[in-house]
Write a new protein. Structure first.
Length: 328
C-alpha cells in the first residue's frame, strides 16, 4: 500500500488540483501516415467503380467466351467455346468494313467538332456582350434539346418530299434537288448523321474552350501587339499554349463519344441503306439483340472496349508527359 501525506491547506485558500498522470508522448501524430490519407479518401469511389464497372466487364468477357444464342439463353445452357467468337468476328469481312467506316466517321466528326467549336469559342471572345449572350443562349438551347427530338427535326429537314432543305435549294436555283434523297447512299446518310451529331456536340466543346480563352490575361495580347505580332501570330504565341491542354481533353472526350454513338445512327436509318451507315455500336446491336447472337455481340463489345482502353492509355500518357504546358 502507498501512504499519502496530507498537506495542510490554510483557511480560505484554494486546494491544489490533484496531479494528473502524464501520458507518454507518442512519436506518431495520427493513426494513418499522411501519405495514406489520399488513398483512403478515394477508396470508396474506387470500390464503387470496381463494383459498377469492373464486375459487368468481367461478365461481358465471360459471355464472349460462350456460345450464347437464343436457344442456349432459354434453356440456360453454359456452352464454353473459348475464343471462337473472337476468331469468327475477326475473320468476318463485314466486321472490318464496319470498323474502318466507324474509324473514318469518328475521325471526321471529331475534327469537324473541334474546328467548329474553336471557331465559335474565338467568336464569343471577340463579340460584344449582347450578341455574345444571344449566341450562348442559342448554343445552350441547341445542346439541351433531346437526341430523338433533334433527330426528328433533321429527318424533316432532309426529307425527300417535304424537306425544307430541298425546297430552299430549289428556290435558290438548284432545281436538281427537287425530290433528291439524302438517304439513298451510305456516305450521304452518314453525312446527315454527322451534321446532327455536330449540332449537338459543338456547344459543350465551345463553352469548354471559351472557359480556357477567358482565362488568358488581356495583357499578354497587348504585349504581343506591341511586339508587332499579327493576329495569327498572337494566336499561336498566346492563345494556343493556354487552350492546348483543354483542347486535348475535349478531343479525347469527343473521340470516346463519337466512337460509340448509337441513338442518332439507329434513329435515322437503322444503319441503312443496305448497311451503308452501319457503325460498330449498330453492328453490335444487330448481332446481339436483333440476331440473338449474344456471345458474338459480347466479343464485339470486348473488341470495342479494347480500342477505348488503348485511346484512354494514350490520353493518360499525354497527361503524364505534359510538363509546363507542353505536350511532346
Amino acid at each position: 500500500m502507498t501512504s499519502t501525506k496530507e498537506v495542510p491547506v490554510p483557511a480560505g485558500a484554494t486546494p491544489p488540483a490533484p496531479a494528473r498522470a502524464e501520458r507518454p508522448v507518442s512519436s506518431r501524430k495520427g493513426r494513418f501516415a499522411p501519405k495514406t490519407v489520399p488513398y483512403l479518401l478515394i477508396l470508396p469511389a474506387l470500390i464503387a467503380i470496381v463494383v459498377l464497372l469492373g464486375w459487368p466487364t468481367i461478365q461481358l468477357f465471360a459471355i464472349s467466351l460462350r456460345k450464347l444464342d437464343l436457344g442456349e439463353l432459354v434453356r440456360g445452357q453454359m456452352i464454353w467455346i473459348g475464343f471462337e467468337n473472337f476468331a469468327t468476328t475477326l475473320a468476318d469481312p463485314e466486321f472490318w468494313e464496319v470498323t474502318v467506316r466507324t474509324l473514318v466517321f469518328t475521325a471526321a466528326l471529331v475534327i469537324a467538332t473541334i474546328l467548329a467549336a474553336l471557331f465559335v469559342a474565338l467568336l464569343m471572345r471577340h463579340l460584344g456582350p449582347v450578341v455574345r449572350i444571344i449566341l450562348q443562349v442559342t448554343l445552350v438551347l441547341a445542346w439541351a434539346v433531346p437526341v430523338i427530338a433533334t433527330t426528328t427535326v433533321f429527318q424533316w429537314i432532309f426529307d425527300q418530299q417535304y424537306g425544307i432543305l430541298n425546297k430552299t435549294l430549289d428556290k435558290l436555283g438548284f432545281h436538281d434537288f427537287i425530290g433528291y434523297s439524302w438517304f439513298s447512299t451510305g456516305p450521304s446518310t452518314l453525312t446527315v448523321i454527322g451534321l446532327l451529331i455536330l449540332w449537338q456536340a459543338v456547344p459543350f466543346v465551345a463553352f469548354t474552350l471559351y472557359a480556357g480563352l477567358i482565362g488568358v490575361p488581356q495583357e499578354q495580347y497587348e504585349a504581343a501587339s506591341m511586339d508587332g505580332a499579327s493576329p495569327w501570330q498572337a494566336f499561336w504565341a498566346v492563345t494556343w499554349p493556354a487552350i492546348r491542354p483543354i483542347l486535348t481533353m475535349v478531343t479525347f472526350l469527343s473521340v470516346l463519344w463519337d466512337f460509340k454513338v448509337f441513338a442518332q445512327v439507329w434513329a435515322i436509318r437503322q444503319g441503312g441503306p443496305d448497311g451503308g451507315s452501319t457503325t460498330l455500336p449498330v453492328y453490335l446491336y444487330l448481332k446481339g439483340v436483333a440476331g440473338s447472337h449474344f456471345g458474338a455481340a459480347a466479343a464485339i463489345a470486348v473488341l470495342m472496349l479494347l480500342v477505348l482502353v488503348a485511346l484512354t492509355a494514350r490520353y493518360i500518357q499525354l497527361l503524364v508527359r505534359t510538363k509546363e504546358g507542353d505536350i511532346s
